[in-house]
Design a binder for this molecule. Structure first.
Ligand code: MG
Length: 459
């Protein structure tokens, strides 16, 4: 397997000991929903206070160029779990972009998740929060390698009841009853509608409990918050406390949650043997006014292949192992599966094409990231490609603006993300060689895509 080999090869070449397979380190992945690149204090937000995430970043690595593999929820989550672009698992579509409560599809049984990979390695594996890879029993976390599941299985704005206010009006003063979303434990619904005011707190309590219960046994916890996806809910301790209003209340409660988890790891003496990753599934939902987040200086947001839709505020933490720094290298949620395989000694799937790289050399030794390119999918199409500092857009579509058809660019738009992270100045005319290189990469990548059954349009 390429990633494990690269890890060992590097270790041999540099005569250093990489923690490729330390003593079964624990792994916690914290995944937010629709959190923007600019929504944390340590990523530049002026009025949202995130002291716990700021501390996590100063003790670990803050990655400024970390990407998800899709600009909406379901395909982004499929990519994280499998280390593969979602088109390989049938988890993206040009019609329905995510799964809905009436969907009958989900992540195919043939796919191997991080949970499944680590369970085979003897780990205790737990999923908490938003799954959104299928809510029918055969698609839930408990059918995909997780020992337990506690959460809302899809987006918190689904199952809207017909007598609630229409359109955005139902979001401005949200009542729990407007959305009849289920809260599940295992494969059973335990509460409906889920009390979303307490959902972040309860997910946190579940994570803390699992850490304590498993302190003498290697564990993997995938904690996928339902927030800050609209409708926004905060517990009464946080409501009305942030200078950023309700959206800030929600982020500051998530920050509290991160603090609880890291403090529990410290208290249990597990901080030296646990890697924690914090990131988000896609950019901010900009059409929801102040209820949506901010992509900072990045262009556009959720639903688009501009940087604001797919670049996420990301932090890696493992005291004593990860070298504290700001990392301006490329990484992706696609890389989590190979990286986790390398640090735990688990076997990443070798019978299929993976799109991820082992980031261990960057995490542990500040070496360059093995990732040099990123393909920006919109549904089943590659709309843009980044290679090095250059990004070419073959098509663009503004997120949730009502723009019906994508705009085709021939020649593609070209931006230098180092000089112009906001993608303002097209430099295609001066750098046709970069477009030629990127076009060739796109052709090569697309030649590896096989047609598989589409899971999102199934009803
Ligand atoms: Mg999302």
């Amino acid at each position: 397997m390429r990633t494990a080999i690269s890890c060992l090869l590097l270790a041999a070449l540099l005569n250093i000991s990489l923690p490729c397979a330390a003593s079964s380190p624990n792994v916690v992945v914290i995944f937010c929903d629709d959190l923007g690149y600019g929504d944390l204090a340590c990523f530049g937000h002026p009025t949202i206070a995130t002291p716990n995430l700021d501390r996590m970043a100063s003790e670990g690595q803050r990655w400024t160029e970390f990407y998800v593999a899709a600009c909406v929820c379901t395909p982004s989550r499929a990519a994280l779990q499998t280390g593969r672009y979602p088109i390989r698992s049938g988890m993206c579509s040009n019609n329905r972009r995510v799964l809905f409560p009436d969907s009958t599809g989900g992540l195919p049984a043939s796919e191997i998740t991080i949970g499944q990979m680590l369970k085979a390695q003897g780990y205790s594996t737990h999923a908490i929060g938003k799954w959104h890879l299928g809510h029918l029993p055969q698609y839930l976390p408990t059918s995909h390698g997780y020992d337990s599941y506690f959460g809302i299985p899809y987006s918190n704005d689904m199952d809207a009841v017909s007598d609630s206010p229409k359109g955005k009006a139902r979001f401005w003063n949200p009542e729990i009853e407007y959305w009849n979303v289920p809260l599940m434990r295992g494969e059973q619904i335990v509460e409906r509608p889920a009390d979303q005011h307490t959902i972040t707190r309860r997910y946190t309590e579940e994570a803390v409990k699992l850490i304590r219960e498993n302190r003498q046994h290697p564990f993997f916890i995938y904690l996928a918050h339902n927030l800050p996806h609209v409708p926004l809910f905060a517990s009464k301790e946080f409501t009305g406390t942030s200078r950023r209003g309700l959206y800030g209340d929600v982020i500051e409660e998530i920050d509290w949650s991160v603090g609880q988890i890291l403090e529990t790891l410290r208290a249990e003496g597990l901080d030296g043997n646990t890697m924690v990753v914090f990131t988000s599934d896609n950019g901010p939902w900009l059409t929801f006014d102040a209820h949506g987040g901010s992509a900072g200086l990045l262009r556009d947001g959720k639903g688009s292949t501009w940087e604001g839709g797919m670049r996420e505020p990301t932090i890696f933490w493992w005291p004593g192992r990860i070298t504290p720094s700001v990392v301006r290298e490329m990484g992706s949620t696609l890389d989590l599966l190979p990286t986790i395989a390398a640090i735990t000694g688990a076997s990443a799937p070798s019978d299929r094409l993976l799109d991820g790289y082992d980031l261990a050399p960057t995490l542990f030794h500040n070496l360059p990231s093995p990732r040099e390119s990123m393909f920006y999918y919109h549904g089943q199409e590659v709309f843009a490609v980044r290679h090095g500092m250059f990004k070419a857009h073959f098509k663009t579509k503004t997120s949730y603006s009502g723009q019906r058809d994508a705009e085709v660019h021939d020649p593609p738009l070209l931006f230098h993300l180092g000089h112009d992270p906001s993608e303002k100045y097209d430099i295609a005319q001066e750098h046709s060689h970069a477009i030629d290189t990127i076009h060739q990469l796109k052709v090569e990548h697309e030649s590896t895509i096989e047609q598989v059954e589409n899971q999102l349009d199934k009803r």
